[in-house]
Ligand binder design. Structure first.
Ligand SMILES: C[S@@+](CC[C@H](N)C(=O)[O-])C[C@H]1O[C@@H](n2cnc3c(N)ncnc32)[C@H](O)[C@@H]1O
Length: 267
């Protein structure tokens, strides 16, 4: 199951790279080694995970050559009430005007619903047009089964991830049934069976299911004349920057007044 997930996400990233995306952000990166094995010449990998994870990972890979232009490790608690992805990424050269590909592989289920929503908003605010994302997740009923994986408890599941991403600003979102995926071992490829319908909220309600979610920010509608178009882009960027500044100000003021300990703040 995990090999299938990895192969699907590999091909998703490769597809975005081929379309021109050069910023790949791995949230809850864990021991992901895509920066060392995918041969994406010119790509930048931003890996985000808990500080303790990088304490273990960095020494292990110190001598391993990269297969990309650059890799940045960002120790950030993605569940923090004072989450400020914006500052961390921008400080390390993340470009707000360029499309990005966000990978949340094996992460969402370990965050509480409020934390997932906060994260979705920040991901969207950082995502230029043509940005994309991919993640796996479980249905609400599956989450209620009290699943633990390697000692970590699942904390969220939802029957409508398309809504989550639509509300955050990704206009196009698709929720696939796990059963639609299959591996073609001879070709070394993963394929999605078009005859298997996507997982609707109605189908997921009351059922234990694992899903794969992809979402896209489409390019803006073409403006008639170039001047108008650049005005639109500048306006959109200003609007996003306003959001980003708000996240940063909130994180600063909350952090200053109460410290960064409130792990359960989103319940
Ligand atoms: C199941 S592992 C998945 C790792 C990797 N993405 C993969 O698929 O192999 C979940 C990862 O999410 C990270 N994680 C869980 N909660 C987190 C949080 N609040 N902030 C940052 N990372 C977190 C864990 O440290 C762990 O590396």
């Amino acid at each position: 199951m995990i090999a299938l997930r990895t192969a699907f996400i590999d091909s998703f990233i490769k597809e975005q790279f081929d379309k021109g995306t050069r910023q790949i952000v791995l949230l809850g990166a864990g021991f992901d080694v895509r920066a060392y094995r995918m041969c994406l010449d010119g790509a930048q990998f931003f890996e985000v995970d808990q500080p303790e994870l990088f304490d273990a990972k960095e020494p292990l890979f110190a001598q391993v050559p990269l297969q990309c232009a650059r890799r940045v490790a960002l120790p950030i608690d993605l569940g923090s009430k004072h989450l400020n992805l914006v500052e961390g990424l921008q400080r390390h050269g993340f470009n707000l005007t360029q499309p990005s590909c966000w990978v949340l592989e094996g992460l969402i289920m370990y965050l509480k619903p409020g934390q997932v929503q906060q994260l979705a908003k920040q991901v969207s605010a950082l995502s230029a047009r043509r940005s994309t994302l991919v993640h796996d997740a479980v249905s609400a009923t599956a989450n209620k089964m009290g699943i633990h994986f390697c000692g970590a408890k699942f904390r969220s599941g939802d029957d409508d991830y398309a809504r989550l991403w639509n509300m955050a600003g990704f206009a196009t979102a698709r929720v696939m049934n796990w059963g639609a995926l299959s591996a073609d071992r001879q070709m070394g490829q993963v394929s999605v069976d078009m005859n298997v319908a996507d997982a609707s909220p109605r189908q997921l309600r009351g059922n234990e299911a694992v899903v794969l979610v992809t979402a896209y920010k489409p390019p803006e509608a073409r403006a008639r004349e170039p001047q108008g178009r650049s005005r639109i882009q500048a306006g959109q960027l200003q609007h996003r920057q306003k959001h980003l500044n708000r996240f940063a100000a909130l994180a600063r003021s909350d952090g200053a007044s109460s410290g960064d300990k409130d792990e359960d703040a989103h319940e």
